[in-house]
Design a protein. Structure first.
Length: 622
């Protein structure tokens, strides 16, 4: 029998490795920007065309590479970050595996121009599909200039599964922001299709957070700082009133590396327990400085998962420092007065200012009965004639049956009257604990979730209105409000702006990620417009983040996700007491919908308790 095991070619092995390291254009930018940071760059420029499908360019002013290093850097497991296995537990750099450049070159066409500071001329290297095309001297500035074109050109299956440009651009900005938040002392710029989306100049950490996510964060951040023998924790958490339902900015950084850690996220939410409503999430930015020997970052290809040696102790530390930050804020609340362009009020000085207290004067001999005006009105002499009609009527007994019957017939309500009488007609529906509508059907007892039923009703109403020509009507705001979005949210907003206009929103872009809210859909006058739009953006982002299988299973498009978000905001909340007519309207409207059993996101709306099960509850067991 012949041997069947053989070594794979380097090009095939690199493509296999690229499947784990390079998942989308955002992965390319993450790896190249991290290498620029490790190279000591002070300015990093990223230029993207067509959300990375056509071209990705990363330019830095770092230390650069020699011609030999430039060629060797694209080999698998070639790195300058570590030399032996023990170095994995003493990492102080972003990269260490030596797989990123080899993986990128395996699935794209790469051109590199680089020069070191002590060299007079640099080198240019061209690679496509792990094969070196050309290498020659070139005049270029100090640092590296990577140009990655036609990503996944030789792996059409991977390129086919890339999502829309808006979704991929949103992922790129998210990855870029995670690195920019770690290094506020570096200058980051980002251009997409010739337009500048980010220009983050060096500054403090608070300023960097404000530049990335908007000026509204400037007043909502509470500083956090704690230094223990295990680790040092710094950063910011938000005030409880800044919490959102979804899409909150929750960031953990360990030794300058972004990570996801559900266990530590639960610690932060524990500190906010009973301070924010259930389902709300406050933004936070926490930075850990810990001994590299106490963590393991080599457990995931994307390095976003980190294993800690003392997870339980750090969990308790997070709860303590976040509670301490919130406690200081609650103990000394900030009083924010808008003093811009306000006149100064001088301080009162009794020794300098000759001010006399006001005096009260009165006439002690004044008698109002002796000085009655002649024009005063008096009661007419024939006042008895005004009440002749009332005196001629016969009074009725208020407690008589005739009186109770007339009151009941006039009100037409099944509620008890003032004297305790009720109508002979029982209500058709019953509301249980302000959450469920109970009504009798032929097969038993039907229980309807009033909130979910109203979500289904409003969803189909908004869907039909959005598809109708002319769109929904808009209610103008008396005072337009402005909202500032992060670059990633701005991309999503520009994508869904036509859909929002069709639903009745009147939004005007002001530039720089700022939008003016001039109007909202009719019927939503009692809802905060800024919070509603932020919730819609979060729902659309979550929809785009879902993989194809989940999205296909739910069957929701981007426009339907907008309709669902709007329906959730306008639906009848739990706890609202409904009259019999309102419950009747909900039931009738629900059964006129295309699907009465489930909400658009698949949650059950009603259940029927069979009559046989009800009878069995009252049947004695033998």
């Amino acid at each position: 029998m012949s041997d069947i095991i053989r070594l794979l070619p380097d090009s095939v092995a690199n493509q296999i490795a690229a499947g784990e390291v390079i998942q989308r254009p955002a992965s390319v930018i993450k790896e190249l920007v991290e290498n620029a940071v490790d190279a000591g760059a002070h300015t990093i420029n990223v230029i993207v065309v067509d959300a990375g499908r056509t071209s990705i360019q990363v330019i830095d002013d770092g230390c650069g590479m020699s011609p030999t290093d430039a060629r060797l850097a694209f080999e698998r497991h070639a790195t300058s970050k570590i030399q032996k296995a023990d170095d994995l537990f003493a990492l102080h750099t972003m990269g260490f595996r030596g797989e990123a450049l080899a993986s990128i070159a395996a699935v794209a066409q790469v051109e590199l121009q680089t020069r070191m500071a002590n060299d007079e001329i640099g080198t240019q290297l061209s690679i496509a599909g792990s094969k070196v095309i050309d290498q020659q001297p070139v005049a270029c500035p100090v640092g590296c200039n990577f140009r990655v074109e036609n990503l996944f050109y030789n792996v059409p299956a991977r390129r086919k599964f890339l999502k829309s440009n808006a979704t991929e651009l949103n992922n790129i900005l998210t990855a870029y922001e995670r690195i920019a938040l770690v290094y506020p002392d570096l200058h980051f710029t980002f251009h997409h299709n010739g337009a500048e989306l980010l220009n983050l100049r060096p500054g403090s950490l608070r300023q960097r957070i404000t530049d990335v996510f908007g000026k509204q964060y400037a007043q909502d951040l509470l500083p956090v700082e704690a230094d223990t023998v295990m680790c040092r924790v710094t950063g910011f958490v938000s005030k409880p009133e800044a919490a959102r339902k979804k899409g909150g900015q929750d960031y953990f950084f360990v030794n300058g590396r972004y990570m996801k850690h559900p266990y530590f996220h639960k610690a932060v939410m524990t500190a906010y327990e009973r301070l924010v409503p259930e389902g709300m999430q406050p933004p936070y930015f926490l930075y850990f400085e810990i001994n590299p020997s106490d963590i393991d970052v080599n457990i995931h290809p994307t390095k976003t998962e980190i294993k800690f040696e003392n997870e339980q102790a750090i969990w308790q530390l997070i709860v303590a420092v976040v509670r301490d930050a919130i406690g200081k804020f609650c103990e000394i609340p900030s009083i924010d007065f808008d003093t811009v362009d306000k006149p100064e009020i001088p301080i009162f000085d009794p020794s300098r200012d000759n001010i006399q207290a006001p005096k009260v004067t009165y006439n002690p001999s004044y008698n109002p009965f002796e000085h009655t005006p002649a024009s005063s009105r008096r009661a007419p002499s024939s006042w008895e004639s005004l009440y002749e009609e009332l005196l001629s009527e016969k009074p009725t007994n208020p407690a008589s049956p005739a009186s109770l019957t007339s009151q009941t017939s006039l009100t037409g309500s099944s509620e008890p009257s003032l004297f305790g009488a009720v109508s002979d007609k029982s209500p058709a529906h019953y509301q249980y604990k302000g959450q469920y509508i109970m009504t009798a059907v032929k097969s038993g007892l039907m229980i309807i979730d009033q909130y979910r039923a109203d979500v289904r009703i409003l969803f189909e109403r908004y869907a039909s209105t959005g598809s109708a020509e002319g769109g929904a009507s808009s209610q103008r705001l008396l005072f337009p409000e402005t909202m500032q979005l992060s670059p990633s949210d701005t991309v999503v907003m520009e994508q869904i702006l036509p859909e929002l206009s069709a639903l009745g929103f009147d939004l005007s872009p002001l530039g720089g990620g700022t939008f003016a809210v001039n109007g909202i859909p009719a019927g939503l006058e009692g809802i905060e417009p800024i919070s509603l739009i932020q919730q819609i953006l979060a729902d659309v982002t979550d929809h785009d983040a879902m993989d194809g299988a989940v999205s296909q299973a739910m069957g929701l498009s981007v426009s339907q996700s907008l309709h669902l978000s709007l329906a959730r905001a306008a639906a009848i909340p739990y706890g609202q007491v409904l009259s019999n007519e309102e419950m009747e309207n909900i039931v009738n409207s629900l059964f006129s919908c295309s699907n009465v059993n489930y909400t658009p996101d698949g949650k059950p709306i009603l259940v029927i308790l069979p009559q046989t099960d009800i009878d069995a509850l009252f049947t004695p067991k033998r």
